[in-house]
Ligand binder design. Structure first.
Ligand SMILES: *[C@@H]1O[C@H](CO)[C@@H](O)[C@H](O)[C@H]1NC(C)=O
Ligand SMILES: *[C@@H]1O[C@H](CO)[C@@H](O)[C@H](O)[C@H]1NC(C)=O
Ligand SMILES: *[C@@H]1O[C@H](CO)[C@@H](O)[C@H](O)[C@H]1NC(C)=O
Ligand SMILES: *[C@@H]1O[C@H](CO)[C@@H](O)[C@H](O)[C@H]1NC(C)=O
Ligand SMILES: *[C@@H]1O[C@H](CO)[C@@H](O)[C@H](O)[C@H]1NC(C)=O
Ligand SMILES: *[C@@H]1O[C@H](CO)[C@@H](O)[C@H](O)[C@H]1NC(C)=O
Ligand SMILES: *[C@@H]1O[C@H](CO)[C@@H](O)[C@H](O)[C@H]1NC(C)=O
Ligand SMILES: *[C@@H]1O[C@H](CO)[C@@H](O)[C@H](O)[C@H]1NC(C)=O
Ligand SMILES: *[C@@H]1O[C@H](CO)[C@@H](O)[C@H](O)[C@H]1NC(C)=O
Ligand SMILES: *[C@@H]1O[C@H](CO)[C@@H](O)[C@H](O)[C@H]1NC(C)=O
Length: 757
């Protein structure tokens, strides 16, 4: 017995000492292995030199790289003759430099010729690589160019090609219609390649040559390139500098596998199975026949190395998983949130509450039945007490936020469709304020998207700040809840029984005017711009006239003008709204609003009037007219920084044409543009008494809109434009031609809660 035990101890000792040695022998990460070349990291299974990479066979070049000099004399890793730009182990990708094929007209020889004689044929078939079909696109650049890509070397007239595809790029009219960044047939075209291809060659169709257009576009280019790394420049066509400006090489993405068998087969042979790290999994590749390894959820690192997958410390991550006062505790493969000592509750949402009593615990030590009964009854009493105190807290918040006032008023006013939501209802609507439902975040709060029980989609604004003004919250809510205008975001209700009040608004799906004008997503016709201006003016005029004293928006700006699917305006963010003060003492003494839109008179007098909104609206009009931002801090000369002063200067010097958006200059006769500019000028009068009222502005814009709708051929030409940018033919208004073309939506500025621009 004793002997056996000693043997076991000895065996364990031997194993223990042998283990680290075995590990280091199989770890190709020793100091002798070069893991960087020319600024590129080379993680295992890739490597330079014998024993530093995963050996897959004598003629397989997949993982063994060399560090050599490029044509320009810089050091870079090479895989065969392909220059390696980067390696991703978790995704199983390698980016390599790929040669651009060029076919140009030579004025001397008066013939078409290839840029260089060298054959441009890329073949990775004797490796564990394949060309990534997801990330690469066959791209042709030129004005009269048709090129094919195929799996075999077409220039050698090889037969039996597995696939062949291509695309044609033309420049109808002339090269002036070309657009930067747009590769959709005009000067540039792209075609997808099939899955699992591991070689490709390029050939230009000889019937499409550039001999007729040699003066502005001498060359045709073709290359297989990583789509996200390719950005079409008009100069590629007009100056023929595609090769020069990219150095002749563009990135190409290759997918790789670590073994050419499926995961199931690979796991059968433990000596060759590559996923050797703990907490790693085998993944079948979707493109290349074979498998890859990955670290399991909650781990990161290199699954091909012993102990390569390390636990991710979620608590140190970008997004802290817990809410204050909860603290994060990292666990293997995950994390959890804990409430501070002596408190209990949900640390993920931050609702930790003090443990009221340890009484139950002490008494539970006793064993008699009567004690157990006592414990139960005390616990019940405790729970009831706890529940009551929670209700008391809710009630006090409710009171603090003017809930009682609101309730009183609601009782007296019939027909007000305003709901007071409970905290639970809103938690349910937003999935407990799940991060995934966040529409936008800003310094002052977060806006969540939610779905109410009656399946209405709403936007819920949760404020962060509590300041003095929120005591008036209930009163403001009441005013806003009664406003019912098609161009003002509807406030459905609020929740007052929480520390900071939450507002529940109608959800507007389509982004805001700022994104529409400055997002660069699409062209916006003059008629649409006029419609937006008119509707915004109508909304503000309504606000100003709805109550006495008038309601002042206070922060009119393009990010606060939301646009729905039909290009209908919805004015939002009444965070700064006030009822106009009736006596001197009530003058608002803090500056609100946004730079670039601020009424200069208000800044001097601190007196916010309805004409302050008129000034801000004037700036919005300018944005619509010029397509420029209200404040452009990047501008070099002082004038151009401030849109209003820039405009006023240009207008007085009769140089209006220079600053009006070229998009609308070309489409519209100058007269209506000048009339809108004149109106903007009146809105921007320094002396507020000289500015028109919002009602007058709205009437003038309405008049201009009617004028623009005649004659009818105007409308038809607009519809044609709509078709050009790809809107559905079902559009019935010239105004809504862009409704579906505008897709670059970003809800981050929803309801005015935005990250700094
Ligand atoms: C480096 O490149 C040169 C020229 O392309 C070639 O002759 C040489 O063999 C390469 N060296 C290695 C180590 O691959
Ligand atoms: C490996 O896991 C990461 C993180 O979960 C994921 O982004 C990646 O796509 C996975 N790789 C493969 C090849 O499935
Ligand atoms: C054009 O052709 C001539 C004659 O064949 C040749 O000498 C010249 O190098 C070619 N030019 C270019 C830019 O290829
Ligand atoms: C270019 O193509 C046209 C017909 O498509 C042909 O007539 C002409 O000879 C070609 N020119 C060159 C230089 O190949
Ligand atoms: C495209 O961008 C280049 C700068 O990269 C610029 O010189 C050129 O004018 C732009 N072309 C158009 C049509 O905007
Ligand atoms: C092309 O340029 C040459 C000289 O640069 C000129 O003689 C010729 O008329 C131009 N051709 C066209 C079609 O513009
Ligand atoms: C397992 O893999 C090793 C190394 O690749 C190889 O030598 C061996 O023959 C394989 N065993 C089986 C049963 O396939
Ligand atoms: C938050 O509110 C303060 C004061 O009302 C304001 O100065 C600030 O610009 C607001 N921040 C954001 C991101 O809206
Ligand atoms: C948008 O227009 C369509 C038809 O033109 C209509 O059915 C829909 O109700 C409109 N939506 C809004 C929000 O006005
Ligand atoms: C912009 O220009 C107007 C008119 O000149 C001026 O009143 C205003 O203060 C300026 N605003 C800024 C931020 O420079």
């Amino acid at each position: 017995m004793q002997a056996n035990r000693e043997m076991l101890v000895a065996l364990l000792a031997v194993l223990a000492s042998a283990w680290p040695a075995a590990v280091s022998a199989s770890q190709p990460t020793g100091p002798t292995c070069q893991r960087r070349c020319g600024g590129v990291d080379i993680p295992y299974p890739f490597g330079i030199g014998h024993g530093c990479y995963l050996y897959t066979g004598e003629h397989d070049l997949t993982f063994g790289l060399t560090c050599n000099l490029t044509a320009s004399g810089a050091a870079a890793p090479f895989c065969g003759r392909l220059e390696v730009l980067s390696v991703s182990v978790p995704r199983g990708k390698v980016r390599v430099g790929n040669d651009i094929s060029a076919w140009c007209y030579n004025a001397t020889s008066r013939s078409m010729e290839n840029r260089d004689e060298e054959n441009r044929f890329t073949d990775v078939s004797d490796s564990s690589f394949a060309l990534s079909d997801e990330e690469n696109r066959f791209t042709v650049v030129g004005c009269n160019s048709l090129a094919y890509v195929s799996s075999s070397d077409l220039s050698q007239f090889a037969t039996g090609s597995d696939y062949m595809t291509g695309c044609m790029a033309t420049c109808p009219g002339d090269a002036r219609q070309l657009e930067n960044g747009s590769c959709a047939g005009m000067g540039c075209c792209q075609a997808a390649i099939p899955r699992g291809v591991n070689s490709y060659g390029v050939v230009f169709e000889h019937k499409f040559n550039t001999s007729q257009i040699k003066n502005f576009s001498r060359c045709s280019y073709a290359v297989l390139v990583e789509a996200s790394a390719f950005d079409f420049r008009t100069s590629y066509v007009t100056a023929g500098d595609f090769v020069e400006s990219t150095g002749g090489k563009v990135p190409l993405v290759l997918d790789w596998v670590v073994g050419k068998v499926t995961c199931r087969e690979a796991k059968r042979n433990a000596t060759s199975y590559a996923c050797i790290s703990g907490n790693s999994v085998c993944v079948d590749s979707r493109n290349v026949p074979g498998y890859l390894c990955n670290c399991t959820n909650g781990y990161e690192g290199n699954p091909y190395l012993q102990g390569g997958c390390r636990d991710i410390d979620e608590c140190e991550g970008v997004e802290y998983p817990c809410s204050v006062p909860g603290t994060c505790i990292n666990t293997p493969g995950g994390s959890r949130c804990a409430c501070p000592e002596d408190t209990t509750g949900n640390a993920y949402t931050g609702t930790c509450e003090a443990k009221r009593s340890q009484l139950g615990v002490h008494i539970a030590i006793g064993v008699s039945v009567s004690v157990v009964v006592l414990v139960i009854s005390i616990s019940c009493a405790y729970m009831i007490h706890e529940k009551r105190s929670l209700a008391a807290v809710k009630k006090s918040y409710f009171k603090q936020h003017g809930g009682l006032l609101l309730f009183e008023e609601m009782k007296s006013k019939q027909g007000v469709s305003f709901t007071i939501f409970t905290r639970e209802e809103l938690e349910e609507a937003t999935g407990k304020f799940d991060e995934r439902n966040v529409l936008g975040k800003g310094g002052n709060g977060t806006v969540y998207k939610g779905t109410l029980k009656d399946s209405r989609t709403v936007a819920i604004k949760k404020c962060k700040l509590i300041d003095e003004r929120q005591k008036e919250f209930g009163k403001e809510m009441l005013i806003l809840s009664q406003i019912n205008h098609r161009n003002i975001v509807k406030l459905y209700g609020c929740c007052l029984e929480v520390e900071v009040p939450m507002l529940v608004y109608e959800y507007i799906p389509n982004g805001d005017l700022y994104q529409l004008i400055h997002g660069g997503g699409s062209r916006v016709s003059f008629a649409t711009r006029l419609k937006i201006a008119d509707e915004t003016a109508e909304a503000l005029a309504y606000l100003h006239s709805w109550a006495s004293p008038p309601i002042i928006h206070g922060d009119v700006k393009s990010p606060n003008i939301l646009i729905d699917n039909n290009y209908t305006v919805k004015v939002s963010d009444f965070g700064a709204s006030t009822l106009a003060p009736t006596d001197e003492a009530q003058f608002v003494t803090f500056v609100q609003g946004t730079c670039g839109y601020l009424d200069p008179e208000y800044m001097q007098t601190c007196k916010l009037t309805d004409r302050s909104d008129v000034y801000s609206f004037g700036v919005v009009l300018l944005e619509l007219l010029t397509g420029r931002k209200a404040l452009n801090l990047q501008a070099t000369d002082g004038e151009a920084k401030n849109l209003s002063s820039h405009f006023l200067l240009a207008a007085s010097a009769r140089r209006l044409g220079e600053i009006v958006d070229v998009q609308i200059v070309n489409e519209e006769s100058t007269e209506p543009i000048e009339q809108v500019a004149e109106l903007a000028k009146q809105c921007l009068e320094i002396n507020s008494e000289n500015r028109p009222s919002m009602r007058e502005v709205a009437e003038e814009l309405g008049r201009l809109r009617k004028l623009l709708q005649h004659p009818w051929d105007q409308k038809n030409s607009e519809e044609m434009q709509g078709l050009l940018v790809g809107s559905p033919a079902t559009s019935t208004y010239s105004d809504i031609e862009l409704s579906n073309a505008y897709v670059s939506l970003d809800d981050s500025s929803y309801l005015g809660v935005q990250s700094a621009r």
